[in-house]
Design a protein around this ligand. Structure first.
Ligand SMILES: Cc1cc2nc3c(=O)[nH]c(=O)nc-3n(C[C@H](O)[C@H](O)[C@H](O)COP(=O)(O)OP(=O)(O)OC[C@H]3O[C@@H](n4cnc5c(N)ncnc54)[C@H](O)[C@@H]3O)c2cc1C
Length: 493
């Protein structure tokens, strides 16, 4: 089934516990910090119900309609369908909402194509992952994940000395019904708009961290779950004109606190296995499907940034300057490069796992690395093109409501290329991409959402065919050796 936006919003009124500071939020769909972004999320759900999008965003299976991100790809054509669906979703927010409903669902779908890895001597959880995939697909579930320990967890001795529990999430009990978990996990983007939180470990755990090696899914309204919201950004906006992205695209990030949360066995996927806790992502296409979505999402953002650079330079008249054109050409080349790496993942798709097709993993990780490495620089290119134009504007478009101010604004703030309100509209959008608090959060997100840069590069290191690459060097060097005496003369002849 495919949900409507209204149905999804209704599903969020479920008694979940969300705090902004000491304020307990009663309803995330109506609270000023969340309601506009919630509407944006609802809009993404409604998209599937529009006839022109149905073919891109949904597929049929046993007479049921499902969201495209639940498609298990059997061939390159299926991978193309997945990519097109991610692109359409990402385009709605110009890539500003990273954890849209097609992200974690892609992880789970990828995992569902290789379920046997969830079976070990100790636990048989392959049925659980298949059933969870089915549950998500059939109920059009929006899940986020919290798969990183809090930074404080790196110093367990500090807590042990004080006789305090180590703050990271771990299993604290187990009985016939399931397991009990307590502790904290960071950082669940979009959780306030989600149905479920996937809890896991994307970083390697030490063998003695078995109690932290729990992977499970919990509904956001589970008893014992508290979501601590970072400072909301959307409250900074008075209207959409002055802060177009801040207005309705703060996807939110929360710390997930668990206090004796009961997880039934059927929602447990890994238990007491520090190695498997991480391998489920990389020995199945889970990580690849999910981060392909991230690549595509960044591509939408890259299109916005490149378009903005062009429009801003048109507005200032700098677009005719050769050096500025060069910068625009560079941005266009960067955008096309990313598009190429994304399409390449399909052209060089892997026949893996058996019976399925997966995006080329090395190219997916290359794109992930490319995005993480280049985002700040790309934003800086746009920042430089904006000059001081972003501040040569009144504080608010409300000047248009006062007759005298409006006259002055329209006369003095226009340029030969653009009237004053249009120019202000463009520069306010540019500021939300390069400089506002919304932009700052995006900067942090692009650096860290998939882990710190050394972790991302480590994926590329792991997947590289070092034998082949070393072999190229060996092969070349095998063609020559220590020269015989007199060879110099021979060469000279
Ligand atoms: C906006 C935002 C949204 C996020 N959303 C989610 C989400 O939805 N789900 C989720 O699970 N997580 C999410 N995260 C968390 C994210 O995965 C982590 O922030 C990320 O893994 C980095 O971990 P950390 O914050 O502990 O930083 P650290 O690992 O402490 O890194 C901080 C700095 O120290 C450096 N560093 C640390 N250790 C080493 C080392 N051994 N070698 C070299 N350099 C090192 C890093 O390179 C980095 O520059 C989000 C983060 C942000 C900022």
């Amino acid at each position: 089934m495919i949900k409507t936006g209204k149905e999804h919003l209704e599903s969020l009124r479920d008694g979940r516990v969300v705090f902004i500071g000491d304020e307990r939020i009663e309803d995330v769909t109506t609270h000023p910090a969340f309601r506009r972004a919630a509407k944006t999320v609802a809009g993404l759900y409604d998209l599937k119900h529009q006839r022109e999008n149905r073919e891109i965003l949904t597929f049929q299976e046993e007479n049921q309609t499902h969201s495209m991100w639940f498609l298990q790809a059997k061939n390159q054509d299926d991978l193309r369908k997945r990519m097109a669906a991610h692109k359409l979703i990402a385009d709605q927010t110009c890539g500003m909402m990273g954890r849209s409903m097609d992200h974690v669902s892609s992880f789970v779908t990828g995992m569902s194509t290789n379920p046997s890895i969830f079976d070990t001597e100790k636990h048989k959880f392959s049925e659980n992952i298949l059933n969870y995939y089915k549950y998500m697909k059939e109920n059009d579930i929006f899940a986020t994940y919290a798969v990183l320990p809090p930074q404080a967890a790196r110093n367990p001795e500090f807590y042990q000395k004080k006789n305090l529990p180590i703050p990271t999430l771990m299993v604290t009990g187990q009985d016939a019904e399931g397991v009990t978990i307590s502790g904290m996990k960071m950082l669940a983007t979009s959780a306030v708009f989600c149905n479920d939180i996937w809890i896991g470990n994307l970083l390697p755990l030490a063998p003695d961290q078995v109690k932290q090696a729990i992977t499970c899914a919990v509904p956001c309204n589970s008893k014992g779950i508290t979501m601590w919201m970072r400072q909301p950004i959307s409250l900074n906006a008075e209207n959409q004109f002055d802060a177009p992205l801040t207005w309705n695209m703060d996807e939110t990030d929360v710390l997930v606190m668990c206090d004796n949360v009961k997880v039934p066995w059927e929602k447990v996927f890994v238990l007491d296995d520090a190695v498997l806790a991480r391998e489920i992502y990389i020995k199945t296409p889970g990580h690849c499907y999910g981060n392909h979505q991230s690549n595509v999402r960044f591509w939408s953002k890259m299109e916005l940034i490149t378009g903005l650079a062009s429009k801003v330079t048109q507005a200032t008249g700098a677009d005719q300057v050769p050096a500025v054109r060069e910068t625009l050409g560079r941005l266009a080349a960067l955008e096309a490069t990313l598009s190429g790496i994304i399409h390449g993942q399909i052209e060089a798709a892997e026949s893996w796992p058996e019976g399925f097709s997966t995006f080329n993993r090395r190219m997916m990780y290359a794109a992930l690395n490319w995005c993480t490495e280049n985002h700040s620089h790309i934003i800086d290119l746009l920042r430089e093109l904006c000059g001081g134009g972003v501040f040569q504007m009144p504080a608010s478009i409300s000047v248009m409501h006062d007759k005298d101010l409006r006259k002055n604004f329209e006369e003095y703030f226009q340029t030969p290329q653009m009237n004053a309100p249009d120019r202000m509209k463009l520069f306010r959008l540019a500021w939300d991409v390069v400089g506002s608090e919304f932009a700052g959060r995006q900067q942090q997100y692009e650096k860290f959402y998939a882990g710190a840069s050394f972790i991302i590069r480590n994926h590329s290191f792991r997947e590289a065919p070092w034998e082949d690459l070393d072999g190229v060097v060996d092969n070349l060097m095998s063609k020559y050796d220590i020269p015989e005496p007199g060879i110099k003369e021979a060469a000279a002849e």
